[in-house]
Design a protein around this ligand. Structure first.
Ligand SMILES: [Zn+2]
Length: 385
């Protein structure tokens, strides 16, 4: 920890964690064992409170003193200072546990965080490159922060932690509507992709904290019963990449959308290219989208993991294999090379949606989108006699 970060007092939000020097993305900046661990009993608040009390009593005097210096929050159900502190700083620990950490608790919240805490690995990692003296933040609301509006997040943050967020997604308030629209779309799409309805966050729009039925949080998504069409799946993933990027969410999340859109389109393209009716047609427009989305995803992943990372190397290898197996991608690769050498001759009819390959002599004819559609329609018409 001493290498990268230090805890400083801030003017408005108590303590915070700051970068001592520039830190690359995807760097472990803190490895820390929890000071308290309890078994999670979400359905039984009384038992939860008793477990916290017991774990706190077992601490050394020094640890107790340090715990009591953490942010207290204002949880309405907590009876003692130690339990309020626990509720305001708790992390899910994996395997049904809840954990409290002394240093990790000093990270302030942002709805556009530049770092993330991992439950299983006991560490905090940067999610993007961080400049010297920049404050390092994590989100207190995962996994819901990217689907909620500023108002909804504010209710939870006030209720649980007793503070107002001034991150770029929340502040200034008259500008947060753009972010709100994006996050509502992100919420709708990401839940639709897994066959669920977005959890109903609306009670958070109108509630006064004191009158809110407790516990509302965390909400449970419900099955939607809707199945997306292949085209919807492609479009939703592409849009997800776009919206996450525009919202400034971590690059690997945006990359996921673009890469999944590319993979989905590639899957359907492959099906087309092995069907007998369309076997001799090379779909260039699809190939261009597959390639462009893949490159976009890769570029964002490189920003997240750094270019030489194993994940990037594996991704590139898988892509090369894929290109050699899918005719439209292979054709695109070859024409790109020809263009670079100045050998490429564009077709006379100007159609560049697809290419029809003549099996007999290997010659190629360019097709416009309309011509391609007509050709497929003709071939799929049932023959008479
Ligand atoms: Zn915020």
């Amino acid at each position: 920890m001493d290498d990268f970060i230090e805890i400083r007092r801030t003017a408005t939000k108590g303590y915070g964690v700051f970068a001592k020097k520039a830190i690359p993305s995807y760097t472990v900046i803190l490895q820390e064992a929890p000071v308290m661990t309890i078994k999670a009993t979400p359905a039984d608040p009384a038992k939860r409170e008793a477990s916290i009390e017991e774990a706190f009593r077992k601490l050394s005097t020094k640890d107790q003193e340090q715990v009591l210096q953490l942010h207290e929050g204002s949880h309405p159900n907590a009876k003692t200072k130690a339990t309020r502190i626990f509720y305001a700083n708790v992390f899910e620990g994996g395997e049904g546990t809840e954990k409290l950490y002394l240093t990790r608790s000093r990270f302030n919240h942002s709805c556009v965080p530049n770092a993330a805490a991992s439950g299983d690995e006991e560490c905090v990692r940067t999610e993007r490159a961080i400049a010297a003296d920049e404050e390092i933040t994590i989100s207190y609301l995962p996994p819901f922060e990217d689907a909620m509006t500023a108002r909804q997040r504010a209710t939870i943050l006030h209720l649980h932690y007793h503070f107002k967020c001034h991150c770029p997604a929340c502040w200034p308030p008259n500008q947060s509507w753009k972010s709100d629209v994006r996050r509502q779309l992100i919420g709708f799409i990401s839940y639709a992709l897994v066959g669920q309805n977005t959890p109903d966050f609306r009670p958070l729009n109108v509630c006064q904290p004191m009158s809110m039925k407790w516990p509302f949080w965390p909400p449970r998504p419900t099955p939607s019963g809707r199945v997306l069409t292949p085209v919807q799946e492609i479009e939703y993933n592409f849009l997800l990449g776009n919206l996450r990027q525009a919202e400034g969410l971590p690059n690997h999340l945006a990359a996921e959308g673009y890469l999944q859109a590319s993979r989905n389109l590639m899957y359907h393209q492959r099906k087309y290219e092995t069907m007998s009716a369309t076997k001799d047609i090379i779909f260039l427009e699809a190939a261009r989208c597959i390639e462009a989305w893949y490159k976009k995803g890769l570029e964002l992943e490189e920003k997240y993991y750094s270019p030489g990372h194993q994940q990037i190397r594996d991704g590139k290898k898988a892509w090369t294999t894929m290109v050699s197996r899918i005719p439209c991608l292979e054709y695109l690769r070859q024409t790109t090379r020809m263009k670079a050498r100045g050998e490429y001759r564009p077709s006379k009819n100007g159609g560049d949606f697809a290419v029809l390959v003549n099996k007999a002599d290997g010659s190629m004819t360019s097709l416009s989108q309309l011509e391609t559609a007509d050709l497929i329609r003709q071939r799929s018409r049932p023959r008479r006699g």
